[in-house]
Design a binder for this molecule. Structure first.
Ligand code: GLN
Length: 450
């Protein structure tokens, strides 16, 4: 049924870069046979899933949305993919994204944009617009994304789906093509909070192949989501993550969500995180710095599609330069150049060093806020889905869409976006943030709003 749906709507939505019909059907048949034989299977066995094309899958292409990796087939599975295969979820295919996960609209994909099923002239968010659109368009009930600065949560918000960024280290990053390693996390995209929690439980837990992975698995997530009990919980409204710059329609739905939580028995308090105003600036130094290091491997020698210069001499420097000039799109180049500059001798302390200090201050803001509140709440994004093409000529405008999602990545805390109603026919997302390793609490309160 999902493959039929994909065939019907893909010409309009373009959520997928690769469809894996044969293998998906084989796994579905295996599940049927196992059930008929009375085997006990995982709760999600047989539930189809779509995978953001930044996560490597053995035997299937992984492009990262870039010409640099077009045609490349991974020789190994990411740890999350191993777990998904072991639990027998049929993998429907690989979903579209901004090139190397850099963007907020999926318009930076080298293979054309994805469109928002709620309005085909609108962006589906980014970078994981493909995964969110696939779930929103009923092409897939579940998907995986990656979130470095909001790429699971903001697409979730603008497509009316649920998207969660787990605590840093809760899910192995092994096999997720690195964007900014200290910020990246893989997480679930789903249509309900409980589905998202179940999927995080499946993919999470320690992995010796990721040195930053937590020693102990985070448990009780699905149970917390199923309960959704928020009576007596203290919910903190972050002063710095609302108001100016946020659309009126978004703020209206946000206020209604606060009221809904109050009625369900939550206590609402206001908290201030004064350093959040520097979060975007710090992110756009830390992230490109790590990008410039992580993407150095795509030189056409060790990794990436090699491109030769048109004219001799055929030196290694010229081969690398041609490979990068042709293989990377404008946004990727912009960030590599920015990061290289921020890390260069003479500027490193002023830029990268200052950004790291701000990161510490933001972590302290979170610590102080969580003394006063059990969870924090904000709109996920300042606007509803904007029109395709409306922000591509102004990178800063595009970056501003991440204002509310970035603090969680800088501090490593978990965050989730849940649907909070519509504004002018387009979905608004509500974000909940919890202390590190308290992902269960995050799912519980998010389910309370659902
Ligand atoms: N939109 C953000 C950026 O462009 C987030 C990216 C992400 O989370 N992968 O960096």
């Amino acid at each position: 049924a999902h493959l039929d749906r994909i065939e019907a709507v893909e010409p309009k939505v373009h959520a997928f870069l690769h469809i894996n019909a044969e293998e998906a059907l084989r796994v579905a048949d295996e599940v049927d046979a196992a059930r008929a034989a009375g085997e006990t299977l995982h709760r999600l066995a047989g539930v189809p899933i779509a995978i953001k094309d930044l996560i490597v899958t053995k035997g299937q292409p992984t492009t990262a949305g870039s010409k640099m990796l077009e045609g490349w087939v991974s020789p190994y599975d990411a740890t999350v993919i191993e777990r998904i295969r072991d639990a027998k979820l049929p993998i429907l295919g690989k979903t579209n994204l901004d090139e190397f996960a850099m963007g907020s609209s999926t318009e930076h994909s080298a293979f054309g944009p994805t469109r928002n099923p709620w309005g085909l002239d609108r962006i589906p968010g980014g970078s994981g617009g493909g995964s969110a659109a696939a779930v929103a368009a009923f092409e897939a009930p579940l998907a995986l994304g990656t979130d470095t600065g909001g790429s699971i949560r903001q697409p979730g918000a603008v497509t009316g789906t649920v998207g969660a960024k787990p605590t840093y280290g809760a899910v192995s990053r092994y096999g997720a093509i690195a964007m900014a390693s200290s910020l990246d996390q893989i997480g679930p995209v789903a249509r309900t909070v409980e589905d998202a929690a179940l999927l995080q439980e499946l993919i999470g837990g320690h992995d010796p192949k990721d040195s930053t992975s937590l020693a102990e698995p985070l448990t009780g997530l699905a149970e917390a989501a199923a309960s959704g009990d928020i009576a007596g919980l203290k919910v903190g409204i972050v002063t710095e993550l609302m108001g100016e710059g946020y659309e009126d329609g978004v703020m209206e739905r946000f206020r209604e969500s606060i009221e809904a939580l109050r009625e369900a028995g939550a206590e609402i308090v206001e908290v201030s995180c004064p350093n959040f105003k520097h979060a975007l600036g710090a992110y756009y130094l830390v992230m490109p710095s790590e990008v410039s290091s992580n993407l150095a491997k795509f030189d056409g020698v060790r990794f990436g599609n090699r491109e030769l210069p048109a004219e001799p001499p055929l030196t290694i420097e010229r081969v690398m330069a041609t490979t990068r000039a042709k293989g990377f799109g404008a946004e990727v180049k912009r960030r590599i150049i920015l990061g290289t500059y921020a890390l260069s001798a003479g500027y490193k302390d002023a830029y990268y060093g200052s950004a790291q200090k701000i990161r510490t201050l933001i972590q302290r803001d979170f610590d102080a806020a969580f003394e006063k509140a059990d969870v924090l709440m904000s709109p996920t994004a300042p606007t509803v889905a904007f029109e395709l093409g409306s922000k591509t000529s102004d990178p800063l405008e595009m970056y501003l869409n991440d204002i509310a999602t970035i603090p969680a990545n800088l501090a490593g805390v978990p965050g989730i976006s849940v649907p909070g109603g519509l504004s002018e026919g387009l979905p608004v997302g509500i974000q909940f943030l919890a202390p590190a390793k308290e992902d269960a609490r995050m799912y519980q309160v998010a389910a309370g709003l659902e």
